[in-house]
Design a protein around this ligand. Structure first.
Ligand SMILES: C[S@@+](CC[C@H](N)C(=O)[O-])C[C@H]1O[C@@H](n2cnc3c(N)ncnc32)[C@H](O)[C@@H]1O
Length: 309
């Protein structure tokens, strides 16, 4: 594909879809499907997805037959990402034979046979959303995919849970858990140093004056959920494993890899703890490995399913 000259976050999220599709833990998914069918929630099921990106989770849950009749609220702080979600969902729906209608791009009703899903997108920061909705609206199911590791989870979970009805379900997927592997090795010491410093940037991230991120979100969720009084039904690993098949990387996963390498570069290039020339050469070599189809990338993550009291 050639090493990209510019990078696009919407394209990264679209390329990530096939990687997440493989990674999402099937045992936890089966428990999730069972929990939904045993749920006492009235139809339509009220679903809230936070940090929803371009809406790939809605597509996935419809493709996998997990949702039938639901109102699906998808929020994300980035207006450009929400605009892309609004463009993408009708196109995707038409390709899958759904009828779609709506008064505005942010609200779409998707229908096919027994499936009736009303999706509403909103560009809003999650704390503002919680402050506005708390005490006014509540949802039956809260979801977050590849999102909680961007927050300060101990202080954010109680806020997010305040939007669930008593006994409401949560399904938190693709929570990063502190292991990044690039193969083949370039230099074991440098490889380790880059992964360690990259993880440290996640731990030190501050957004709007608040700590926002934890490179071990997955393992810490056990205690964070317990502190909220939540019951955990199932947990399983959802590692990203990206490698080239005999005819190359699947779908747009070569771009996904280039974007990940670019993210590592952007996170570390001003970091005085790593030699700038060594980093630049490491980044060049990793991009070259993607082009040659030899780069293997593994990120360890965990999926959680449970219920609030
Ligand atoms: C890694 S992306 C994951 C997107 C999507 N869930 C997926 O898996 O494709 C994280 C998303 O969270 C959004 N985000 C980050 N901080 C946020 C916040 N405080 N409130 C709402 N959305 C936020 C970003 O704009 C981004 O789209």
């Amino acid at each position: 594909m050639g090493i990209p000259k510019t990078y696009s976050f919407p394209r990264y999220l679209a390329a990530k879809k096939s990687v997440d599709d493989r990674a999402i833990n099937r045992h936890v998914l089966a428990s999730f499907t069972r929990a939904l069918s045993n749920s006492t929630a009235k139809s339509p099921l009220g679903v809230l997805e936070v940090g929803a990106g371009i809406g790939t989770m809605v597509e996935r849950l419809l493709d996998w037959g997990v949702l039938e009749t639901a109102t699906y609220t998808a929020v994300d702080s980035d207006p450009d990402i929400i605009a892309e979600a609004c463009r993408r969902l009708p196109r995707w729906a038409a390709s899958r034979g759904y009828s779609h209608s709506g008064d505005c791009p942010e609200k779409v009703l998707l229908e096919k046979m027994d499936q009736h899903i009303f999706v509403e997108f909103e560009a809003i920061e999650i704390t503002d959303f919680v402050n506005r909705e708390k005490g006014h609206r509540s949802w039956d199911l809260l979801m977050a995919n590849a999102f909680l590791d961007l927050l300060d989870v101990p202080s954010s979970l109680p806020l997010l849970f305040s939007l669930l009805r008593p006994g409401g379900l949560f399904y938190f997927t693709i929570n990063f858990d502190g292991v990044t592997i690039f193969q083949p090795e370039i230099d074991p010491v440098l490889d380790r140093q880059i992964a360690t410093l990259y993880h440290r940037t996640m731990n030190q991230r501050v957004i709007a004056g608040k700590p926002s991120g934890d490179s071990c979100t997955g393992r810490h969720l056990f205690a964070d959920l317990r502190a909220c009084g939540a019951e955990v039904f199932d947990v399983g690993s959802s590692d990203w494993v990206v490698f080239a098949r005999p005819n190359g990387y699947p779908e747009d996963e070569a771009y996904f890899l280039h974007h990940i390498i670019h993210t590592v570069d952007a996170a570390l290039k001003e970091n005085p703890k790593v030699d700038a020339n060594l980093l630049a050469s490491w980044i060049r070599d990793r991009h070259a490995q993607v082009e040659e189809g030899v780069l293997v990338y593994i990120a360890h993550q965990l999926d959680f399913l449970g219920r609030v009291p």
